[in-house]
Design a protein around this ligand. Structure first.
Ligand code: AMP
Length: 146
């Protein structure tokens, strides 16, 4: 259901700081339109810098500011989806594209073996509520994750 409150009012409802990053207090489809106001939205709009490794008309890839491995890149869609759970069948091509870009970036970074991760929701570890694919590699990676 579309959110009818003015943008600023919705910001106070939807946004809180989680580990220093803006995130919806109650992630829901009502907050989808706020996804562009995350730190990743600011990067997409060129308002704050990022260590870019790839860009095209549908996505941007940049190095994670707190890398968990020698290579740790985030691939984000330009479309402000708050998480994978906000995606629907109209996003099929975009989601496939993000994965192909993840593989391309891994190759570009010299990785044969790598892990892709998409955290969806606070309990899954999502801290920035703009869909992103982690591309992690350059060291042995344990399983299961924590
Ligand atoms: P997640 O916890 O899955 O939502 O992942 C969010 C990721 O964004 C974390 O790995 C953060 O280190 C990363 N991150 C947050 N702010 C920035 C930033 N300014 N530049 C690059 N990566 C960031």
């Amino acid at each position: 259901m579309p959110c009818r409150e003015p943008l600023r009012q919705r910001a106070s409802i939807c946004n809180q700081t989680v580990h220093g990053f803006h995130a919806p207090a109650v992630p829901s489809s009502d907050c989808d339109s706020m996804a562009g106001d995350t730190i990743f939205g600011q990067m997409l709009r060129g308002e704050i810098p990022c260590d870019e490794v790839y860009r095209d008309e549908r996505c941007l890839a940049f190095r994670d500011i707190q890398p968990q491995a020698p290579v740790h890149v985030l691939v984000i869609p330009r479309k402000p989806l708050e998480s994978l759970r906000a995606a629907d069948s109209t996003d099929s091509e975009l989601l496939g594209h993000l994965l192909l870009v993840a593989a391309r970036v891994a190759k570009q970074e010299g990785l044969d073996d790598f892990r892709t991760v998409i955290n969806s929701g606070l309990e899954a570890g999502q801290t920035v509520f703009h869909l992103h694919v982690h591309v992690i590699g350059g060291r042995p990676l344990a399983w299961p994750p924590g």
